[in-house]
Write a protein that binds this ligand. Structure first.
Ligand SMILES: [Zn+2]
Length: 278
């Protein structure tokens, strides 16, 4: 008998991205073969959220979706948006409100619009009590102050792809947020400060994600021919986080899977997709 490593959960990836159009099925199979048993597809626009739902429905028990409007798309919100999101959030495959939040790094929507749309998502999550999947870049103070006003009335909250400072991390932990880490941590230069912060993230608040097709881990060996990130690289990211946390890979895998299962209220027995069931 050999022990198989615990199945991982990728809490944020964009499998509906057109870079996966030609081989999506293979990408999902490769991820499952690598031990990534469940994946939560990020809905970042109205169309994107619908597409994530459709794809999740093709893989019951393996793929799930979130539904929300990324701050880049905040300026596209119209009257119908909230009605459609409400309908999506009522479906069993849709596990969280988001991706939403603030992005003042790229500023693709005006900041006041981003704030307004972020607040509208928070109000929605107060009503439906779904967990929230949040994005924050270069807007920590505004983000924390808006979130703080709502925090007591919300259920669980994850700030995904955390890359910010120690101060920002502790402000989020003070607000009882979960933290999502990506392959950003594998970047020798950009990820250095993040590596040092890993031991400060409590095990019961840490989850892992690829954000595929973005954020390819920069230290893969051999280097893939393409810059397209895939969920099959999640174990590689987990390995680096385990190293930073100074704990065995298996333990980190078990812990993050337990945390993600509870956060998104997934069934406790992961489907491995390897034909283990009788
Ligand atoms: Zn994001």
């Amino acid at each position: 008998m050999h022990s198989t490593p615990p199945a991982l959960i990728d809490i944020g990836l964009n499998l509906t991205h057109d870079s996966f159009d030609s081989d999506r099925k293979t990408v999902i199979q490769r991820a499952q073969d690598a031990g990534v048993s469940r994946m939560i597809l990020t809905g970042a626009s109205l169309d994107g959220s619908r597409q994530a739902l459709d794809l999740a429905r093709d893989y019951p028990g393996v793929l799930y979706a979130t539904a929300g409007i990324h701050p880049h798309h905040a300026k596209e919100v119209h009257g119908d948006t909230w009605h459609v999101l409400r309908e999506l959030h009522a479906l069993p495959e849709v596990l969280a409100v988001g991706e939403c939040g603030l992005d003042w790094f790229r500023d693709l929507s005006p900041r006041p619009t981003q704030e307004k749309v972020f607040i509208q998502h928070l109000e929605l999550a107060v009503q439906n009590q779904l967990p929230m999947f949040l994005h924050q870049r270069d807007a920590s103070d505004a983000f924390v102050s808006i979130l703080a006003d709502f925090r007591e009335r919300l259920s669980r909250v994850v700030v995904h792809c955390f890359t910010d400072s120690r101060k920002a991390l502790f402000a989020l932990l003070d607000l009882d947020c979960h933290i999502g880490l990506t392959g950003w941590i594998c970047d020798e230069r950009r990820g250095r400060h993040l590596k040092e912060l890993v031991p400060s993230i409590p095990a019961d608040r840490l989850m892992i994600e690829t954000d595929a097709p973005y954020l390819m881990p920069r230290d893969l060996d051999p280097k893939p021919d393409t810059q397209r990130n895939e969920p099959m690289y999640l174990p590689h990211i987990a390995r680096e986080i385990a190293r930073c946390a100074d704990k065995p890979e298996d333990q980190l895998a078990r812990e993050t899977t337990t945390v993600a299962s509870a956060f998104f209220q997934l069934p406790s027995t992961p489907q491995t997709g390897t034909g283990a069931s009788a």
